[in-house]
Design a protein. Structure first.
Length: 221
């Protein structure tokens, strides 16, 4: 999760020093960042934060993790970090969708970001499957000569066709019901997985908060 400046770019001569780019973010600091940003993001009805609100986010991160000068974050660094997390989330979300829910993201920030931006983040459309060239049309065969049926034979043919048609329709109906059951089961499993990830995220955040309180108590004592 470390990002360093590009060392291949030669430094500009006789110019003001440029502030250092975003460096290493710890997992705990990133969770605090997501929590602080997410609260304001929801308050703004999933709108963009202003500079003042980004500064509030930076203050929240620094309050918990800015114990030394190098660990302190600016509002710009917090915004850049969120942008980086969104890009990573977009890639992970696309992998989940392409696998129809089979792929489970192990990225620790996927669940909290999915709760916040899962329904609003535009995802890259999947590449369409290559189309198969249609086969040349086959010339229709001439219709066979109709052979008139005697009345009793026509009635027998109709009686035979009726149960066959009924069986075909019943089988089609059974298959449709089975497919609908499978779809509902799949949707239920996805919802359970989403709820489980939300619970795990809340537990993890609660552990971090307890650890912060414990550290604060030890310092006071």
């Amino acid at each position: 999760m470390c990002e360093f400046p590009d060392s291949s770019t030669p430094p500009a001569m006789n110019s003001r020093p440029i502030p250092a780019r975003e460096d290493c973010w710890s997992e705990d600091a990133t969770f605090t960042l997501i929590e602080a940003w997410g609260q304001r993001y929801i308050e703004l009805n999933r709108g963009n934060l202003r500079q003042k609100q980004w500064q509030e986010v930076a203050d929240a991160v620094n309050a918990g993790h800015g114990h030394n000068k190098k660990a302190r974050r600016t509002d710009v660094q917090c915004k850049n970090r969120i942008d980086t997390l969104k890009k990573k989330y977009k890639i992970e979300k696309a992998r989940v969708l392409e696998s129809a829910g089979i792929y489970k993201s192990s990225w620790p920030f996927f669940a909290p970001l999915d709760d916040l931006i899962g329904s609003t983040m535009p995802l890259k459309k999947l590449s369409p499957s290559p189309q198969i060239a249609p086969s040349p049309p086959i010339a229709p065969s001439p219709p066979p000569m109709a052979v008139p049926l005697l009345p009793h034979r026509a009635a027998a043919a109709t009686a035979t066709a009726t149960p066959v048609y009924a069986r075909v329709e019943a089988e089609k109906q059974r298959q449709m019901i089975e497919l609908e059951k499978q779809r509902m089961q799949f949707a239920k499993e996805l919802e359970c997985q989403r709820m489980q990830m939300m619970v795990e995220m809340q537990v993890q955040l609660e552990k971090i908060k307890r650890a912060k309180r414990s550290d604060s108590n030890e310092i006071l004592n």
